[in-house]
Design a binder for this molecule. Structure first.
Ligand SMILES: Nc1ncnc2c1ncn2[C@@H]1O[C@H](COP(=O)(O)OP(=O)(O)OP(=O)(O)O)[C@@H](O)[C@H]1O
Length: 359
């Protein structure tokens, strides 16, 4: 349907970036990025504002030229290939629907561009509207649709030309939380059903973790970590990733023979941890509360209900300026602010962070 190379990509990845670099002035906004996306894979690029996520998408789409490196789709170098010949679909945060056209007119946009016969366009539009949960919405005015419905129309429009790679830029950015959570689950099912290869960017970690087969965390134009949602969540590679994911129990440590000295006292470390100085992350689930006279003495300074658990903030009372801690407690056994407790650390929730990447 598109005027591009066939969708089959052989054994190699569908998308491959080698040393992809984009500079604005002296600054590399995309800094020698290597990334491969396999066919049918859903990859979410996550990172703070300004880390280069949109630039990455724009470069793959052909809307931004590289200053160095290479982008290949199905093994073909895309240097000099214009955006409309790359066979990639793009969906931006603000949907960019055409307000003067009805739903069908919007969804059929890419098909008209490709001069698909009208009857086939109508069939395809009906099929896509069914797929995104808006059956029979062809004649509705887009201005009369809710935000979630507009998002579905934008998705149907992006999918209509059957792109070999679908790229989403903050696809659910403007929607409220509950709608986002519902749509993200639907999107994942839809992409799996269609076998769509997806490269999405978002700054919302919940969205990335729910949507992706693989999460890529970016920092200042580089990839800080790439892995399955579980791998990244369980084992943030460095302090930047840990803090970006909201883990703040990070401390300097000196490891000797399987345990570490820290300002929080002795902390057990995973088997095989090398002796010497390092930074440790203690995931909140590994901060175990015990009796006030056992382990690190702390006072509870606050608690926040998180649905599945209560986040309990703790201030060590030793008086040596030890940083605060957060513990994840069961809903029934979270202590009240002001309570005095002791803290012990569970080795399975301790992560040795890669050095040299502070937040
Ligand atoms: N055309 C441009 N000229 C100069 N600087 C640019 C241009 N486009 C982007 N930048 C800069 O490049 C950096 C990365 O921008 P980019 O939009 O890729 O980040 P992002 O991670 O997508 O951020 P956000 O989450 O805020 O959208 C930013 O500092 C931005 O100001």
């Amino acid at each position: 349907m598109t005027a591009t190379a066939p969708a089959a990509s052989g054994p190699g990845p569908l998308l491959r970036l080698d040393g992809a670099t984009v500079r604005f002035g002296a600054r590399a906004v995309l800094d020698a990025v290597d990334l491969a996306v396999a066919e049918h894979e859903i990859v979410c690029v996550l990172g703070p504002s300004g880390s280069g996520k949109s630039t990455l998408l724009r470069a793959v789409a052909g809307l931004q030229a590289l200053d160095a490196g290479r982008i290949a789709l199905a093994g073909h170098d895309q240097a000099g290939v214009p955006a409309h010949r790359r066979g990639v679909g793009l969906m931006f945060q603000d949907h960019q629907l055409f307000p003067q056209r009805d739903v069908a007119g919007n969804v059929a946009f890419g098909l008209r561009m490709r001069k698909v016969p009208r009857a086939e366009q109508a069939l395809r539009v009906a099929e896509l509207l069914d797929l995104v949960g808006l059956p029979g919405a062809q004649k509705r005015a887009v201005s009369a649709l809710s935000g979630g419905e507009q998002q579905r129309v934008a998705l149907a429009r992006a999918l209509a030309p059957r792109p070999r790679l679908l790229m989403l830029d903050e696809p659910l950015g403007q929607l409220d939380r509950s709608l986002r959570e519902r749509l993200v689950a639907e999107l994942r099912e839809l992409f799996q059903e269609l076998g769509t290869t997806v490269l999405a960017v978002t700054h919302d970690q919940g969205e990335a973790f729910a949507l992706a087969d693989r999460v890529v965390v970016m920092r200042e134009g580089r990839i800080a970590q790439s892995g399955t949602p579980l791998e990244v969540w369980r084992r943030p590679a460095d302090e930047f990733v840990a803090r970006f994911l909201g883990f703040d129990n990070v401390v300097d440590a000196t490891v000797t023979g399987g345990s570490a000295e820290t300002v929080w006292g002795k902390v057990p470390v995973p088997q095989g941890t090398a002796d010497g100085r390092c930074r440790l992350l203690v995931r909140p689930a590994g901060v175990r509360l015990t009796g006030a006279d056992d382990g690190l003495a702390c006072v509870v300074t606050g608690r926040t209900f998180r649905g599945t658990h209560v986040a309990v903030r703790l201030e060590p009372t030793g008086g040596e300026g030890a940083p605060r801690l957060e513990a994840a407690c069961g809903l029934r056994d979270a202590p009240e602010p002001g309570a005095r407790v002791g803290v012990r650390f569970a080795v399975e929730e301790i992560v040795v962070l890669r050095p040299g990447a502070a937040s």
